[in-house]
Ligand binder design. Structure first.
Ligand code: SF4
Length: 303
């Protein structure tokens, strides 16, 4: 196994020259801003997140500001970032921070992971990138790079194992600032160079130490999971329903069914799910609107 300094020096030099200028990396971004960026980037490409993040942070720069918004506003502002349950979780997180922590994001992985909607990865990323903490950040990009370098395998296992965590933690530099650069740098390398399908090993600062490259890149291009098509998926239909409500305000069930393009049975199932998840609710007049209402679970009859 290569030592931490062997990997750190070339990686840090590469990162200093290739680091993307993302808005949440600007001087003065709060830990809350970094947390919002992490939640937005979880299932949405970073390039699509930059502008919505700026708009969001201008409107709700602190947890208190977001805590006071209503859920319909929050969902509308989430716009087309996709997977809108993330918006509701962020909203709930802001309310917890205001209620239980006086509006200040608590410091450290243990305290962050106790907040609603914050998992191990997000907690470690916020602690490392914004709170001056030494934390081992493990996202898909980092795990792919380290699995290739250490194990000569094309792709990491589906879940982080204890063994992996222990080995990856050993590589984390002891000095706090270096540990941040390491985390951000390996993540950036995974996004820009050590990509899943077409890694650019000739441009990689770790090529000299990479076991997978030395083994001839076995398994490159093999699919471990079947790609999911968005076209015709439940996600697409849910997206159409939410877009109609975002753009036009409250709507009747019939209007939404027409906009969804789905058959009745499927539409009813998806609308019922959206109600149960608190992404939409019924108004007193029976129309459907964005945001959580009082009816957390109910069945819907089309038209
Ligand atoms: S040499 Fe290639 S496979 Fe190895 S870490 Fe670099 S980009 Fe990834």
């Amino acid at each position: 196994m290569p030592s931490s300094p062997d990997l750190y020096s070339p990686l840090a030099a590469w990162f200093a020259n290739h680091r993307r200028a993302l808005p949440w990396r600007e001087e003065g971004t709060s830990a809350w801003g970094v947390l919002v960026s992490e939640i937005m980037s979880q299932q949405t490409p970073v390039a699509r997140v930059a502008e919505p993040w700026r708009t969001w942070m201008k409107r709700w720069p602190t947890p208190q500001a977001l805590a006071r918004a209503d859920s319909a506003e929050v969902l509308r502002a989430w716009g087309s970032l996709g997977y809108p349950r993330r918006a509701l979780r962020l909203h709930e997180c802001a309310r917890t921070v205001e209620r239980e922590h006086g509006g200040e994001l608590p410091v450290g992985v243990e305290a962050l992971v106790a907040l609603p909607g914050i998992g191990d990865y997000t907690a470690a990323a916020v602690a490392s990138f914004a709170q001056g903490q030494r934390a081992c950040v493990l996202d898909t990009n980092i795990r792919r790079v380290l699995t290739r370098v250490l194990d000569a395998k094309a792709a990491p296992s589906a879940h982080v194992t204890k063994r992996d965590r222990a080995r990856f933690e050993k590589l984390l530099p002891v000095e706090v600032e270096h540990s941040r650069i390491w985390n951000e740098g390996v993540m950036e390398l995974g996004a820009l160079v050590c990509r899943a399908r077409n890694p650019m090993c000739e441009a990689c600062p770790l090529s000299e130490h990479c076991a997978w490259l030395q083994a001839g890149r076995p398994g490159l291009g093999e699919r471990t999971t079947r790609p999911q098509s968005y076209e015709g998926s439940d996600r697409q239909i849910r997206g159409r329903i939410l877009k109609t409500l975002r753009e036009g305000g409250a709507a009747t069930v019939g209007t939404l069914e027409n906009a969804s393009g789905a058959d009745s049975e499927r539409f009813v199932r998806l609308l019922t799910d959206l109600l149960a998840e608190g992404l939409i609710s019924r108004t007193a007049s029976g129309e459907i609107t964005l945001g959580a209402g009082t009816h957390k679970e109910e069945h819907v009859h089309a038209r």
